[in-house]
Design a protein around this ligand. Structure first.
Ligand code: GLN
Length: 486
């Protein structure tokens, strides 16, 4: 059967017995096998998925179907999965088989979702093009009309998740976002992705990058699909000290288009330097929301320019501390050497890729005695100011509308190895992580070259329902060609 379906459609098909979970899973396995050249999966667990589908079919037949029963999804290879290799895109974890399951993947499993395997990603979630994976790059299933031969990046770091959904290899996927890694690849691949409020989903069992910014979230074709997945990913977890103890609303039951009477903020700082294509797309978004009764309000988020520099102090600082555990003793690979010090050095030299080493060096520097206050403490103060900027804005507006990315997907070989140019990809997304807010990317249009572009909605803490509902207004107006790349 065709894999050009949404998660919500597949759920209905299972409920009405139009197909079985086994048929569904078989079709997605077939597609994933046929499209192995996209390099979306690091590890496939197809046999296990088929065994789970048989169990799901039994439950469905007996009228005891679980909320996501029998639906094939896949996990970013950042989520520890019990008994299934988890690499975080790194060589240093190439043989790591976790003895435990992350709370997020466990929640999905308990809701009946079936994982087809582990999805490719930038090493330790550091990157914006999936070019930093030790398992090779992922190819975006979309092609530009100007140069259809050219392979494009899917975005990063959740590039495998985004490309797998866009290519019809799974119905939805887990992803993670520290500075934009759900929203930017979602925009590049023409799918939907939400980074929830910090703490809504548990970080337990998620390989850590920058603990004060990391947040789990779903990616899928549509808003309704993401609402359904987030519902079953989020939970209070006493194993994560930063987990929010809140009741998770029924996002699906409460899903309805919203715009009427809402004040939508347009931050002037996000318009500066935006190219014509981006401006036109934003204008479309404004017109759609206005047509449904929203009021557009010009706002200023004056700390915006400080966001990327602040992120590139805090994230590497926390990464350097988090990655200290990969020492050849406690986890993963070891390069045997004559002395203990040499063993540490050789293990980390061989195990980590160039971008990860760069971040560890930056992080170690900004945390070193004498520089700690000048960099890390100061960055934490600026982080607070960025949050206050948003707090002030949300006194005047209900949601904020911005582009998700400064451009559409770029070529696999376009990047001139300039890390700073790569960091600019997240210019519209990092502020949201620093302020611990939810942000969603909705695919709403195509570039002049026929590539997907997204708009981002940002809301106050725990406003996920509002983002889904306003996002639905955009989705319905945009009529994005969800399956064009398949
Ligand atoms: N692209 C950003 C970085 O390289 C953000 C990554 C992320 O959100 N995990 O750090």
């Amino acid at each position: 059967m065709d894999t050009k379906i949404t998660l919500t459609q597949a759920k209905k098909m299972l409920a009405t017995k139009e197909c079985s979970s086994t048929e569904l899973v078989q079709s997605f396995i077939k597609e994933a096998t046929a499209k192995r050249d996209l390099n979306c999966f690091i590890t496939e667990t197809f046999d296990d998925a088929l065994a789970q589908a048989a169990e799901a079919d039994k439950r469905i037949a007996s009228g005891n179907a679980l909320a996501l029963d029998g639906l094939p999804i896949a996990n970013k290879d950042l989520y520890c999965t019990q008994g299934v290799r988890t690499t975080a895109g790194s060589n240093i974890l190439k043989n790591f088989i976790p003895p435990y399951e992350s709370t997020v993947s466990d929640n999905l499993k308990k809701a009946g979702a079936i994982s087809l395997g582990k999805l490719n990603m930038d090493e330790f979630a550091m990157g914006s093009g999936n070019l930093n994976s030790a398992y090779g790059p992922v190819i975006n299933p979309w092609r530009s009309t100007a140069d259809p031969e050219k392979d494009l990046v899917p975005g990063g770091s959740s590039g495998g998740s985004a490309a797998a959904i866009a290519a019809g290899l799974c119905l939805g996927a887990t992803a993670s976002d520290t500075g934009g890694s759900i929203r930017q690849p979602a925009a590049f691949c023409g799918i939907t992705g939400i980074k929830p409020t910090y703490g809504l989903c548990s970080r337990w069992g998620m390989v850590a990058f920058a603990s004060s910014l990391d947040q789990a979230g779903p990616m899928a074709h549509t808003i309704a699909d993401c609402a359904l997945l987030l519902q079953h990913m989020a939970s209070y977890d006493d194993k994560d000290a930063t987990s929010l103890n809140v009741t998770i609303p029924d996002y699906t039951a409460n899903l309805k288009p919203a715009a009427k009477g809402l004040r939508v903020g347009l931050p002037k700082e996000y318009l500066e330097g935006l190219n014509q294509e981006g401006q036109d797309l934003l204008q479309k978004g404004i017109n759609w929301l206005k047509a449904e009764g929203a009021e557009i309000v010009d706002i200023s988020l004056k700390m915006t320019a400080a966001a990327l520099p602040t992120y590139y102090i805090i994230a590497p600082a926390e990464a350097s501390a988090n990655l200290a555990r990969y020492d050849g003793v406690r986890y993963g690979a070891r390069v045997d050497s004559l002395t203990l010090d040499e063993m540490y050095q050789n293990t980390r030299h061989d195990g980590f890729g160039a971008e990860v080493k760069r971040r560890i060096m930056i992080g170690t520097y900004v945390l070193s005695a004498g520089y700690y206050d000048a960099y890390y403490t100061r960055a934490q103060k600026v982080k607070k100011l960025i949050s206050q900027d948003f707090d002030n804005a949300f006194e005047k507006v209900d949601v904020i509308l911005t582009p998700t990315t400064p451009s559409a997907a770029f070529g696999l070989h376009d990047s001139n190895n300039d890390p700073v140019a790569m960091y600019l990809n997240d210019i519209y997304t990092v502020t949201v992580n620093l302020a611990e807010l939810p942000g969603i990317s909705v695919p709403v249009g195509l570039s002049n070259d026929g590539l997907p572009l997204g708009l981002q909605l940002i809301g106050p803490k725990l406003s996920e329902q509002l983002l889904f509902n306003v996002g639905l207004t955009l989705e319905q107006a945009a009529q994005f060609p969800h399956f064009k790349a398949i």
